[in-house]
Design a protein around this ligand. Sequence first.
Ligand SMILES: [Zn+2]
Length: 481
Amino acid sequence: MAVRNISDVNPNDNAAPLEVRVIRTWQPFLFQNEHCYLFVDSRGDAIEAYGNRRDKALFESKFSVGLCYRISKYLSKKARNSHNVVPSNATIHLGRSTVFEPIVGVDIPHQYFNFMPYESLRARENMHFLLTDYIGRFDRFTSDTRTTSGKRLMKFLLEDANERFIEVALWEEIADAVDKEALVNTPFPCIVAVTSMKVLRFKNLQLASTAATHLYGNPTIQDASDLANRFRERYAGINMDDRYTLPIANILAKNPVDYMEVKFSCIASIVSYNPRRSWFYKGCTVCKKKLGSREDALICDDHHDAPQPKYLYCINCTIADSTGNATVTIFDIPFQSVIKIPCNELVIQQGYTDSMTTPDVFSKLLGVSHMFKLQFNDRAHTGFTQFVANEVLEYVPVMNEVAVNEVVVNPTITEVSDPADVENQHATQPLENPPTNVALETTVKQVPFTPVTPAKIYTTKRQLFALSGEGSNKAPKTNAP
Ligand SMILES: [Zn+2]
């Protein structure tokens, strides 16, 4: 029987032989009785194959991941209702009698990707019929913790060709398989491809791993070398640690949706305190959250037995530099670091008990330059400021300093109106005081990067850099239920 192309396989048709390379294997979480494999053919199309989990040892005595086979005596079935890793309307069901004949000398790709561009991710939010492959520049790890149920959860940021960041969350054994040190130490730019991700939303969009997820560091594919070249061109001569040290106008010109994860720095000074906002709140001594009223006592939802509450700063102010101004919320620790007096002392010892009247000592900061570390404010409870300051540092000007690395173009200065709804303001200390960016190796700019991409060693069904963009991409063949 003639060999069939993967693209011609339909559910329930006759099992014409396939000639494929086995490129991945995984044990799905959702379909516990199955074991899965990904096959790719000489045309670069891929199809998912699965068999009963109890037969895994039998299958793997017949074939090995990475090698090529002529496969016959299988069943073709409809694609799953969810968690498909490739856009095929069929899957291959392997049975005990399925035949695998090794073949050599065939030109079949070693990898398969179906990258989605950043702008298409939103449409996939919580839609898991087809999982998502994505490629970007590894920026930094943002956390690596265990959840309350004891599961490991590692997060990092990927940046796309247009400077947009997305959080990648890897669970359990997918996280365990990542060599963190190697990623952090890879010379700039470290390109990472992740496969078979779910698109979720917590605060922002997130790519979350599935059992089928694989992570490739600097894959030897054209998309990766194109992306690396773009980053090299864009950041030639720029210290990556300083690239988000910008004038206020340039920070305001960024779209918050795409920059929620970025920590900006700017050199600015406080020009006014918002007289319609309380400058302190009574917080829990354990978690610093604002206390709630319970009859005639103030208590923390999470720490009913916490000792004596403390007064904590929650400063709503306007900062300015020569390019513009911005409204900022500064919480207790960063504000205390520059005002040099604890909030509790001002309120209790010095008697500044009126939360709407700022103490005289605050005026000493007006007009004094500081380095503000800002993030776009996505915390509704912090009021209507544009930014939250995670850190405020003393600023010592350096002679001949080039403070910024980006030219101000069309400064857009936005004043945000601020409904004086002070009673409903739930001032909450940021849960974390995140460390500054994990420094990537930025001194090594001209590391030889050899995008060795032999013909057909990989295949991508979507061209991220196609001139005509997403519209020209091959539409996934799906039979969505
Ligand atoms: Zn608490």
